[in-house]
Design a binder for this molecule. Structure first.
Ligand SMILES: [Zn+2]
Length: 318
């Protein structure tokens, strides 16, 4: 059995065909071009899906999208990355045009499902996946099922408040975990702390990409740069405090870290674990496994696999 997975990003929309044996059979992408409007986007998405359908005979579609998503209605309530689209129905129009059952989730939930199936092989029942990128997303799996909460908004771990007067967050608030641990926050700190930025970039950045970014900051830490090591240590401590709250609340078997920033885990996991070790209520911290995901495409793979799971459970196009 094959399923189609879709990841709607602000720049590109990625599609894959995946077998139920978790093999990627085909990859495709097109420009999301949100400025062309939501109706035009749905038309182009349906055309791309149909093209794959003719060739691979899939039984399902799973779609992940950045932003605030209602999985029950299959609607993107709001997406700041997609030209601030509001109330965009995805599930119904896609089912109608492609004739396949469709599930829609927030992209962090899809990454959580991808991690649950591909990284962890369903070995754990209760999993929290934390997506560490520009911002911080979260997906919660309880007893083998994605947890949505009342209206699909569960898992917004990035906006957990670490302090009332901390740095400004993209959400407009202050002191969110994301405002200390998202890549924009890490780089804000790096720009303030690195005195000779030009020399730093010349020394540590990729030769073909002379920019101060998290890759450059990771390499600096690899080579023992004290400022870089300090920034990653403080990031790990903040992440540890934010995740400690979540562990006390949910007591998961496993926490998976995904996303580009997780590639620096060798510099921030130690400080994070120290925060866990210092907790007073120890039970949740003693049993949890911390895993850094290896697969970079968990979002779109998770979308395909959740679509297949939905079809297996009897989901129908309608
Ligand atoms: Zn926030």
């Amino acid at each position: 059995m094959n399923g189609i997975g879709v990841d709607i990003g602000g720049t590109n929309t990625k599609l894959i065909v995946m077998s139920s044996g978790k093999k990627v059979l085909r990859e495709d992408r097109f420009d999301t071009a949100p400025e062309r409007g939501p109706e035009d986007f749905i038309r182009r998405l349906a055309a791309a899906v149909k093209k794959l359908k003719d060739e691979w005979a899939p039984v399902s579609i799973g779609v992940g999208a950045a932003g605030d998503v209602d999985p029950d209605l299959g609607v993107i309530r709001f997406s700041p990355n997609l030209d601030r689209w509001r109330g965009l129905a995805v599930k119904r129009p896609l089912e109608k045009r492609a004739g396949l059952p469709c599930v829609l989730e927030n992209d962090a939930n899809m990454a959580a499902w991808g991690a649950y199936e591909m990284e962890l092989g369903r070995k754990y029942r209760n999993v929290v996946a934390v997506t560490l990128g520009t911002g911080i997303g979260g997906g919660i799996i309880i007893d083998g099922k994605l947890y949505h909460g009342a209206n699909g908004s569960a898992g917004e771990l990035g906006h957990n408040k670490l302090s009332r007067s901390g740095p400004r967050c993209h959400c407009g608030g202050k002191g969110c975990m994301e405002a200390s641990c998202g890549s924009y926050a890490i780089m804000r700190e790096a720009r303030a702390a690195i005195k000779d930025r030009k020399a730093f970039v010349a020394r540590y950045a990729d030769p073909g990409r002379p920019r101060l970014n998290t890759v450059c900051l990771t390499r600096a830490a690899d080579r023992g740069d004290r400022t870089a090591l300090r920034i990653w240590r403080e990031m790990g401590e903040s992440l540890g405090r934010g995740l400690a709250d979540m562990l006390l609340m949910l007591n998961p078997d496993c926490v998976v870290l995904t996303g580009g920033v997780s590639k620096a885990s060798r510099h921030f996991l130690g400080p994070l674990k120290k925060v866990f070790a210092a907790q007073q209520m120890k039970t949740s911290f003693l049993c949890v496994d911390l895993v850094v995901a290896r697969n970079a495409d968990l979002g779109v793979c998770g979308a395909a696999l959740l679509g297949l799971e939905n079809a297996k459970r009897g989901g129908k196009a309608g």
